[in-house]
Design a protein around this ligand. Structure first.
Ligand code: ADP
Ligand code: MG
Length: 361
């Protein structure tokens, strides 16, 4: 909010200064400026919390912002407690220790699981919520990183495959030895739920950042679009470009988010190719998905990263309903036509080649 106040002050000062230079400029204009600035929606509330294995920053604007964020945080913690893979009280933990017995789920968990299974199906299994045993073999679930043997991976892959999960209403049956992991969709789903809570409190402007999964509610309080920086996947702190968003979400997946360097000097990361059980290496350094639905963005950022450039373009052309910004390992940017206007390269990044993907091949 500081910025807005400064801007308003600046306007007043400038008007004041010109008033001095031109004596005929009445004070009426000043009187109009000040009450307008006071009626602007200027109540901001922010919250930072650690949940879903990442830091979340929430900012909401409006008279009810404080109360809205308090309710939103309760909702996030509720979902976290249902979906944690490590918390022995969670529903996902119960499912993963059910030894093949049917388990009754809450409405929330049944819904997010149904969504995950649907997206797994629609992405031809590029996004698959059953990779947990393989992720564990690599140490991504514990931090004890290691390169598993091909034999171990092959064995574990036989205990994966979303099509083996039976969800019947709110009852799930996961074959013995298989485990669920909502890591690729949970944050997106939770962001959508958070936005819904805020809207119930009449919030029309908010910025939700779930560890790099961003969801915007409305525009900025001043009516201009939110400007979201997209990182350069090849450097740590560099911003590649800026995406302008109103009432939309952007979710980015990349191999730099969680990784280790193996004894062989190779970098291994937390997004696995369900076909090989190894980190996905299909030519993309980063995949960003933009749509109004954060869970769709989340599922697809993982899926598209796994698919690689050509399959991703084909998928986008056949499915539609979302946009994407893909950065290839050889440092090219591919952007779907729907967001070509809203994306701008940052100063100093003009050397990147940007290709716009058209809906018609
Ligand atoms: P992040 O959670 O780092 O933002 P993603 O949304 O891409 O990134 O989700 C990655 C998480 O999803 C991993 O930490 C793991 O739990 C799980 N995962 C890894 N590979 C896949 C995959 N191919 N399909 C579904 N989930 C995956
Ligand atoms: Mg994801």
């Amino acid at each position: 909010m500081k910025k807005q106040i400064t801007t308003i002050l600046l306007i007043v000062l400038l008007l004041g200064a010109s008033g001095c230079a031109k004596a005929q400029m009445g004070t009426d204009e000043l009187n109009e400026t000040i009450p307008m600035s006071i009626t602007a929606p200027s109540q901001e509330a922010t919250a930072d919390l650690f949940a879903m294995d990442t830091w979340l920053n929430l900012s909401a604007y409006g008279p009810q912002a404080e109360a809205a964020l308090a309710a939103a945080q309760d909702r996030i913690m509720e979902l976290e407690s249902l979906w944690s893979v490590t918390n022995a009280d969670s529903e996902i933990y119960a499912v993963n220790h059910s030894d093949g017995a049917p388990t009754l789920l809450s409405g929330d968990t049944a819904e997010v699981l149904a969504f995950a299974l649907e997206m797994a199906e629609r992405t031809g299994g590029a996004m698959d919520p059953t990779l947990y045993p393989v992720l564990t073999a690599w140490g991504f679930t514990t931090g004890q990183y290691q390169i598993p043997s091909q034999k171990e991976i092959d064995f574990l892959l036989s205990s994966t495959g979303y099509e083996k999960i039976k969800l019947d209403g709110q009852t799930v049956t996961v074959p013995d030895g298989m485990e669920l992991d909502l890591g690729a969709v949970g944050k997106g789903y939770a962001a959508d739920e958070t936005a819904a809570v805020l809207r119930k409190y009449g919030i029309t402007s908010a910025l939700l950042n779930f560890g790099g999964n961003v969801l915007t509610v409305g525009a900025k309080p001043d009516g201009s679009p939110w400007r979201i920086g997209i990182r350069n996947p090849f450097t740590d702190e560099d911003t590649l470009g800026v995406m302008e968003l109103v009432d939309q979400s952007i979710v980015v997946s990349g191999g730099y988010e969680r990784y280790f360097i193996g004894e062989d000097g190779v970098q291994y990361w937390h997004i696995l190719d369900p076909d090989t059980g190894a980190p996905a290496r299909n030519g993309l350094a980063q995949a960003a998905i933009i749509s109004s639905d954060s869970k769709v963005c989340d599922a697809l950022s993982t899926a598209v990263y796994v698919m690689g450039l050509e399959d991703a373009i084909e998928y986008w052309r056949s499915e539609q309903g979302f946009d994407m910004i893909l950065v290839t390992d050889d440092q090219q940017i591919y952007i779907t036509e729907g967001v070509a206007e809203a994306f701008t390269l940052r100063d100093g990044q003009a050397n990147w080649e940007v290709y716009v993907i058209a809906a018609e091949a």
